[in-house]
Ligand binder design. Structure first.
Ligand code: NAD
Length: 468
């Protein structure tokens, strides 16, 4: 690795007080050690970010944009190195790792040119009322292990554009690419504007309770999100929570099975199913149930599992040992509550590999249907009645995404309006972009990311009201 993998605090690349051993999930063996920060180092990062914020916030918008564009350039120049490291720490195939880095660059470029204009909400003979957006102060971005580069980028971009300074705290099992982003950021932003601090799941609470952190932008599981919300209450921090999901995809009786099967497969099994907005429950109309189960199983059987750096690999391992253990338990659930058409543990000597698994003859009430699996094990549930399937899809406490699949867009559109989730896709799944609001309903989140609405959550609404 040519890029340094040190902590970034106040413009300096530093060792930690200890080391984090990072495991390659394709072998289950450590491949690198990186610094692990102490509480004092996290305090130092917060102090540096606080000290740097007034000047950064006062800099012309054009300067902040230019620096963000340079950061996007730096990410682009190091795509290959970032992508290969991402494969090693996260497990995804190299092509998907390249796509993640490219998408991170794309989001950064979007935020480097985004607008959050002053809005005039009244201008008459009595008053002129303007709505501005001022920086909040220090923003902490807390990220999970499934898309560590993309999620870091889409938290850093809006934070810095709005004039905040930023602390990135990655998940302990995928810290390496985040530290590399820190090394790139050091040469572009003034000291303290970007800080990258790693932990062993022990420093998040310091960020969420610290009086000098103004906002937490958190992506992770719903249980941790609840802890973040509770601890942020003591200082009334601004929070955005992007949490877990259990997206239902509803397949109507009029689909072309051969045409939709590959798309549904991709929507469920990208990144070995470790995607917040993956298809996690598939409801299929009785008329096409057997055919779709068969087509998905056939597709699953073509998957080549292996180290993501091998060109032939189409699916990598699960990211960590805990997730692998959870998947093993869920395979037992699948066998007892349904029928495994194909899949299961991949026979290998090492690594956290689970084959794409299609489970049929299973229904609501099973843990595999009701809970977020975050693994390549897809329950396929039969339905006959539209009202019934809508109420089953909506019975989940989650509400991140969902999709409806039909040969008739009008029918699908009518159904889409009844799904209780932040996003509903018709005849596709998993799509999102920096211009599209992304907001989890129910236990899947709090607040909005992306779009103007998401951008405004990184600023303080500031009204100037002028009497005439
Ligand atoms: P996690 O909740 O275990 O960890 C997320 C982050 O929170 C890590 O950086 C972790 O170190 C940190 N953390 C742990 N305890 C903390 C505390 N008390 N205070 C503050 N931070 C703390 O999640 P994970 O297992 O890394 O990621 C998987 C989960 O993330 C899944 O549920 C998935 O659906 C969700 N996810 C959601 C989205 C989304 O946009 N909605 C995107 C990706 C992943």
């Amino acid at each position: 690795m040519a890029l340094p993998t040190k902590l970034l605090i106040d413009g300096q690349l530093l060792d930690g007080s200890g080391l984090l051993s990072v495991v390659d999930p394709s072998t289950g063996e450590p491949f690198v050690e990186v610094p692990r920060a102490s509480q004092a180092q996290m305090e130092a990062a917060i102090a540096a970010a606080k000290a740097a914020q007034p000047a950064w916030g006062a800099a012309p918008l054009s300067t902040r944009r230019e620096r963000l564009a340079r950061f996007a350039d730096a990410v682009a120049q190091h795509t290959d190195e970032l992508a290969r490291t991402l494969v090693m720490e996260q497990g995804k195939p190299l092509e998907q790792a390249h796509a993640e880095i490219s998408y991170a660059e794309f989001f950064l470029r979007h935020f480097a040119t985004a607008e959050l204009p002053v809005e005039i909400v009244q201008d008459d003979e009595v008053l002129r009322v303007e709505v501005h957006h001022r920086p909040l102060g220090v923003v902490a971005g807390i990220t999970p292990w499934n898309f560590p580069v993309l999620i870091a980028a889409y938290k850093l971009g809006p934070s810095l554009l709005l004039g905040n300074t930023f602390i990135l705290k990655p998940a302990p099992t995928t810290p390496v690419t985040s530290l590399m982003l820190g090394a790139l950021a050091r040469d572009i932003f003034p000291p303290g504007v970007v800080n990258v601090v790693t932990d062993a799941n022990d420093l998040g609470a310091l960020l969420t309770t610290h009086p000098d952190v103004a906002k937490i932008s958190f992506t992770g599981s719903t249980p941790t999100g609840r802890k973040v919300m509770a601890s942020a209450a003591s200082t009334l921090k601004r929070i955005t929570l992007e949490l877990g999901g259990n997206d239902a995809a509803i397949v109507l009786d009029d689909v072309d099975v051969a045409a939709v099967a590959p798309k549904i497969f991709a929507g469920a099994f990208l990144n070995a199913g470790q995607v917040c907005i993956a298809i996690k429950r598939l409801y299929v109309h009785d008329r096409v149930y057997d055919a779709l189960c068969g087509a998905l199983a056939a597709q699953a059987d073509t998957s080549v599992l292996g180290n993501g750096l091998d060109a032939s690999t189409s699916m990598g391992p699960l990211q960590n040992a805990a997730q692998y253990a959870k998947a093993q338990c869920l395979l037992d659930v699948a066998a007892s509550d349904g029928t495994i058409v194909t899949g299961g543990i991949e026979a290998r000597n090492s690594g956290y590999f689970v084959r794409p698994t299609i489970v049929r003859d299973i229904t609501d009430g099973s843990e595999l249907v009701d809970e977020e699996q975050f693994a390549p094990i897809l329950p396929v549930v039969r339905f006959n009645d539209i009202d019934d399937v809508v109420s089953r899809a909506n019975a989940s406490p989650y509400g991140l995404g969902g999709s409806v699949w039909s040969g008739d867009i009008d029918r699908a559109y009518e159904l889409a309006q009844r799904i209780d989730s932040g996003t509903v896709w018709i005849n596709h799944h998993l799509h999102f972009g920096p211009h599209i609001p992304f907001a989890g309903a129910k236990q899947s989140g709090y607040g909005v990311e992306f779009s103007e609405a998401g951008l405004s959550e990184f600023g303080q609404t500031h009204v100037i009201s002028i009497a005439k």
